[in-house]
Structure formats: C-alpha cells, structure tokens
Write a protein that binds this ligand. Structure first.
Ligand code: HEM
Length: 519
C-alpha cells in the first residue's frame, strides 16, 4: 500500500477540530485524527475530548501516559494525517545500533567524550557490530517470547551460530580456533574477556530476563565441562552442533533435596554388570534450558563420590516446565532419569572427581552474571531518568522532587561502582591463566557478584517507587520496571546465593592471611 500523503497544518487549523466527532491532536509536531479512534482508545474518550487536549498540542500529556513505541505501532501510526508547519519532530524511536545519550545509561567507555584504559579500538568496533546484531536479530524475538513463553526462535540460534556468538560466549580459548568471529572483526587469538563482557552486556539490553537465559544460558555452564574434561570422541560428537545452535545442552546439578549443598545430591549412577554403562536414576530441579536440551551435564552420586556424566536425551529421560517468576522461554525444567543407560565414555573428568569438574566453571559463570547485572542496572537508570523528566506531578516534572533525585543518585552510584569494579576484575582475568584465576579471583568474583545483585535489588525497589503503580503493571510505561523487579532475584540466586558468596570471599581472605599478621 502506498504511504499516505501527510499534509501541513497550522496550529489554528488543528484548533478547529476540537469536537468529539471531529477530533485532532498534536503530538511532537505531528497531527493525529482521533475522531474514530476515540471510541477504541484504551484510556477512554473523556481524556481526549478534554479542552486542553482536543485540537491542542498534547505532547506533554501524551508522554506522561504512554511509551513512545505506542505511536510506532502500525494501527496507531496511520492515525497521523499531517505535520505542523514550521515545526520539527524531536522525539524518535530507537535507532538500530545507537548508543543512548541519556547520562549514565551506557558504561563510561561508551559515553561520548569519556575515556577508558581497558577498551581498545577493536573492542569498540566489536561493540558496534554486536549491538547492531542484537537490535536487529534478537530484540523483537525477545519481547515476543518473554511474553508467550516459547523458547527463542531457531532462526535466532542459527544466526548467532553463523557469527560464532555461541562459541564466543564461552570466553577466550581453543574452541575459537579457526572460527570467523562476528564476520572477522576480531581474530580468535585476540578475543579476550573484554570482548566477552561486551557480548554479555549487549545481550542483556533486550530486557527479557527469561528469554535471555533461554538464549543458551544452559550451554554457557553445561558445555565447559565437556570442553575441558570430555574425551576427544565425545567432544567431536557434541561441541560442533552445540556451538552452531543446532543442539542444546544444560547443566543439571541442583535437586529438590540439594542446591548449594552439592555433596548432598541424590541422583545415582551405578555401573552396569559389564562395566560398560552407567545406569542413572533420580531427578533434577530448576535446570535452565532443560525442556529443550538434547544433552545434560549431570552431577551424580557414584560409589566413589560425586561424578559428572554427560547424558543424551533418550529413553528414560523426561523433562517438564517449571513455572518460575520469569518467562518459560528460559526452558527451566524438572528432569527425571529413570534407568537411563549411558556409555562410561561419557564420564567428564575422574570418577569421584565431580566436585572439581563443577567448581572449575563457577568463577566464569559468576563473572558472566556480574557483567549482565551491572549492565541491566543502567537500563533501569535510562528508564527512570526518562520517566522522571517526562512525567509531571503536582504541576512539575517528577525530577524536580529531591526525593526522586536522591533515589536516582543512588542508582547511578551503584551502577558506576559495580561496572568499575567489574572492569578491574576483568582486566585481572586477561592477565591470568585459568588456574591463577581460580586461585586469586574466586573470592573477588564471589563478593562482586554478591554486591552487584544486592545493588540491583535496591535499584529495582527504588525504580518501582519512582514509577508508582506503573512499576507493578505489566504493560505500558512501567513494563520494564515491573519485569526487572519481578526477575532481579534470579541473579541473586543462580550461580550461588548472595550471602553464601559474600561469605566465600571472607573465608578465602582468612585462608590467605599471612601467618605473622598481628596488630
Ligand atoms: C495518537 C494518540 C493516542 C494513542 C494512539 C493512544 C493509545 C493508547 C494506548 C494504546 C493506551 C494503553 C496503554 C499503553 O499501551 O500505553 C492508552 C492509554 C491511555 N491514554 Fe492514550 N493514546 C493517544 C492519545 C492520548 C492522549 C492525547 C491522551 C490525553 C491525556 C491519552 C490518555 C490516555 C490515558 C489516560 C490512558 C490510560 C493510561 C494508563 O492506564 O496508565 N491518550 N492510550
């Protein structure tokens, strides 16, 4: 259909159309004919026929009640009949790849005019292509499936596989060898933890927490044990398809009876009489991506202690959704293993050495969660600053209230603090071997994660106070605040609960105390 021709009007022209059956308004220098729409308007007729709205410039009133994206919906876009002569629209929709100009909405290194010692030109170029990719390929899919609860679309997995995003999300390492990363922007041997931080922080901008985990959160923690401890045969079978986004894997450790207490797991693996197979029985709970996984990296009790075994979906393996506070797009599931037979070649690491296999990836997992938590706090600042500036109460913008500014000040201080600390730790990671990281950074990463999620929860609570009723409403102005408040605790639990991690840091510090330290 040809685009409708837009006419130019004066303010006086529009003012003539101020009756219920002949009703125009101006929003941001655009003229809308609401004569027929008024009967369908979700906010009712009376607000539109009000003297201060009908035939008038309703820009402030509109943005005090609607997100800009309302005007971008095709059914509402076509209500526009013209523009105002001599005026220009200044409010526009999100532009693909754009960096937010709202202060503190982006980390300092991305904000124009600021500097950072950590990011090279290559990191900057990399960030640009990753952002465009996520805006173009993921954003809409994320919004749709966070809502309908279906897992991310296969086309998204495929496209991520084509540019090797699945592989890059496992961090730097041999698994990147020979791969073309993001169209060749970064060489595999030059890919470092700052590149990975960029990916994680860009991904979280889709603001769909369940979908975000559905986007192979399970692989980020379930595949490393295969990469590090799997036999060559197993690696050749599993890794290529998983990194291409064709097959899915998850980490299955926690159970209804045991979470952080991994030594208390009750799923058993017994050797068959001929010693060639494990026979697995038991169940797992809260397993991310379980409902659509093809492979399960499973913590089992064996005669020699805890053993990690890779199980392929097949006879005796059943999964079902668990409805948590976030979207079922994450594929969070309950798994049952009923006499599941697995070749002993699927053992990951030593028999009885499972705790070592499980612990080996904890630091990386927690650091990834710090990256996403730190970035998601900025999206909330972006929302709150916009809302507090555009929303009027008691005749003036919310931001003119000191109590609102004080809450936003706290958010900014927390977001800046966690990002700076995170970048310091990331810098340490780029200069340490994996083993050194395990020795030196387990405590710092644990306490950073604990602090990040503590800050995030405080920010979520304050954001709800700033948005009021809209902060607890699933659609409209406060939709992302409601979503954030409802899902923020996932980060505080997954990968180690807040208090447990804080305590881990102090226990590590006690262990590292010099024997001769005295006051
Ligand atoms: C092109 C013009 C307009 C369109 C397309 C439109 C559309 C909508 C939509 C879709 C909603 C549902 C909530 C949401 O999705 O955000 C809504 C709610 C509302 N609208 Fe409008 N609207 C328009 C203009 C106006 C104007 C000029 C006013 C004047 C004050 C107004 C007042 C309201 C109110 C009071 C609500 C209820 C808000 C709430 O529940 O918080 N609308 N409108």
């Amino acid at each position: 259909m040809a685009a409708k021709e837009l006419k130019e009007f004066t303010l006086e022209d529009v003012a003539q159309h101020d009756k219920p059956d002949d009703l125009w308004v101006i929003i941001d220098a655009k003229v809308y004919n609401l004569s027929r729409f008024k009967d369908l308007h979700p906010g009712g007729i009376a607000v539109l026929t009000d003297n201060e709205i009908a035939g008038q410039d309703a820009t402030d009133a509109f943005y005090g009640l609607h997100r800009h994206e309302v005007l971008e919906r095709p059914q509402y876009k076509r209500l526009q009949i013209g523009t105002i002569k001599g005026q220009k629209s200044v409010i526009y929709d999100h532009v693909v790849g754009e960096v937010s100009k709202v202060p503190y909405a982006e980390p300092t290194w991305l904000s124009p005019g600021y500097h950072s010692p950590y990011y090279s030109d290559n990191h900057r170029e990399f960030q640009k292509v990753v952002r465009i990719f996520i805006d173009e390929v993921l954003y809409e899919d994320a919004q749709a499936h966070e809502e309908d609860g279906k897992r991310p679309s296969q086309i998204v997995f495929d496209k991520m596989g084509e540019v090797n995003l699945h592989a890059m999300r496992l961090g730097p390492g041999n698994h990147l060898k020979g791969r073309t990363l993001m169209g060749g922007i970064v060489k595999p041997e030059e890919f470092d933890y700052f590149h990975e931080l960029i990916i994680t922080q860009e991904l979280v901008r889709v603001r769909a927490r369940g979908y975000g985990d559905g986007l192979l959160g399970g692989k980020v923690i379930g595949l490393p044990p295969v990469l590090t401890f799997g036999s060559d045969e197993l690696k050749a079978k599993v890794i290529p398809d998983v990194l291409a986004g064709k097959k899915f894997i998850c980490l299955a450790i926690s159970e209804a009876q045991a979470g952080s207490d991994v030594m208390g797991l009750q799923t058993t693996a017994k050797l068959s009489e001929d010693g060639k197979e494990w026979i697995i029985n038991g169940s797992k709970k809260w397993i991310t991506n379980a409902t659509f996984a093809d492979y399960f990296t499973v913590g089992c009790r064996t005669d020699d202690g805890l053993t990690v075994i890779l199980v392929e979906r097949g006879p005796g393996v059943e999964t079902r959704h668990i409805k948590t506070s976030y979207s079922t797009a994450a594929g969070t599931g309950y798994i049952t293993f009923d006499n599941v037979r697995v070749p002993v070649g699927n053992t990951l690491g030593e028999v009885g050495g499972g705790i070592f296999v499980i612990l080996s990836n904890f630091n990386h997992e927690r650091w990834v969660m710090c990256c996403s938590s730190a970035r998601s706090q900025r999206s909330i600042i972006d929302e709150c600053l916009k809302w507090a500036n555009q929303r009027k109460a008691f005749g003036k913008p919310l931001i003119s209230q000191a109590v609102i500014r004080s809450k936003i000040a706290g958010m900014i201080a927390r977001a800046e603090g966690v990002q700076s600390w995170l970048e310091n730790i990331t810098y340490q990671m780029t200069h340490m071997t994996y083993k050194q990281q395990a020795q030196k950074l387990a405590g710092p990463i644990a306490i950073l994660k604990s602090h990040c999620t503590h800050c995030a929860q405080e920010t979520a609570r304050d954001a709800v106070q700033i948005f009021g009723g809209r902060g607890i409403t699933k659609s409209g102005m406060g939709q992302f605040i409601e979503h954030y408040y409802r899902t923020v605790t996932f980060d505080a639990l997954l990968g180690g609960a807040e208090d447990v991690l804080a305590d881990l840091c102090v226990r590590q510090a006690v262990r590292a105390m010099p024997k001769n330290a005295r006051l």
